[in-house]
Ligand binder design. Structure first.
Ligand code: 2HA
Ligand code: ZN
Length: 304
């Protein structure tokens, strides 16, 4: 056999090998749209939209995924493109603890109401790199991560320090919570106390209370730094006259935190202009928090 024939044979074998490997890979990879984490993002965004918390492109969610689980659906070596970590000032924002971690994140300018019908356009799965994120799936048609990604990543770092099982950061514009921002003092103790008074179980759901930031420009590193600082202490942070941030271990826990604050704020807004005849007393809140064994902010109660 001549040298050329031998060479052709080697090429043929290599090509066959590559084709077989590609075929094997596509056979073993499951359909990403059936992944539980994609379905959870879709369902949650639809629920948030229907709750009226996420008008137009309002709100954003980031969800830390398990690499092994993602590898069942995607080839982790196939980076579709790199997206810069917009507006990042390295001195303020060191992403090192998150490098290599994979998140599913809502896209900038995308509407929550459209996510369920078209997850591939409205969501992205990204791996964090030094000054950019590597797109592994989604943002079809040239989309990018939410403009609030710096705030989200900073919050993840703060919450992971407080609780290594934290996975979800969620931002939205819940109506009554926002309304309450205009008529109630924006003091963390007073605001939390009022919310706790509005439904018996509030103190057990968010015993750590609600942190509050004054009005700040959104989409910036500084609001991210300030939110993350609050998140060292609180799982819920209000952005005055804008909305709320929640963080938790699961999508249900995080959604439930915001839902419970919003319910309490709704009751406040339904009753604030009426004479208050009955109320839950601080001693009763203490009793409940202790029954549920909650590590509650006792300094947010006015106990005698
Ligand atoms: O993503 O809610 O705060 C839109 C927003 C920005
Ligand atoms: Zn917002």
């Amino acid at each position: 056999m001549g040298f050329m024939d031998e060479l052709k044979g080697v090429f043929r074998e290599t090509e066959e090998g590559i084709n077989k490997a590609a075929k094997d890979l596509s056979r073993v990879l499951k359909d990403i749209k059936s992944a539980p984490f994609v379905k959870e993002m879709c369902k949650t965004a639809s629920n948030m939209y229907r709750m009226g918390w996420d008008e137009r492109n309002g709100g954003n969610i980031s969800y830390l995924l398990d690499e092994k689980e993602v590898a069942e659906y995607l080839d982790l070596n196939n980076v579709l493109r790199k997206i810069p970590l917009a507006g990042v000032n390295a001195a303020e924002f060191d992403v090192t603890p998150l490098i290599g971690k994979i998140f599913i994140v809502t896209g900038t300018g995308k509407y929550f109401k459209n996510i369920e019908d078209d997850p591939e356009t409205n969501l992205g799965i990204v791996r964090i790199a030094k000054n950019s994120v590597e797109l592994l799936w989604g943002y079809k048609g040239g989309g990018r991560t939410t403009s609030e990604l710096p705030a989200h990543l900073m919050c993840h770092m703060a919450r992971l320090n407080a609780d290594p099982e934290n996975r979800v950061v969620m931002h939205s514009h819940p109506t009554h919570t926002l309304a309450m921002n205009y008529v109630h003092e924006l003091d963390e103790k007073k605001f939390t106390h009022t919310l706790w008074e509005m439904c018996t179980e509030c103190i057990a759901v968010f015993p750590d209370g609600v942190g509050i930031l004054p009005w700040m420009l959104c989409g910036t590193n500084s609001i991210g730094v300030a939110t993350a600082k609050k998140m060292e202490e609180f799982r819920l942070v209000i952005w005055a006259m804008h909305g709320i941030y929640g963080a938790g271990k699961t999508m249900d826990e995080t959604f439930g935190l915001i839902e419970t604050v919003e319910k309490a704020a709704q009751i406040y807004m339904l009753t604030a202009h009426l004479p208050r005849i009955n109320t839950i007393k601080d001693e009763q809140m203490k009793e409940l928090a202790e029954l549920f064994n909650c590590n509650y902010r006792i300094d947010f109660l006015n106990l005698k």
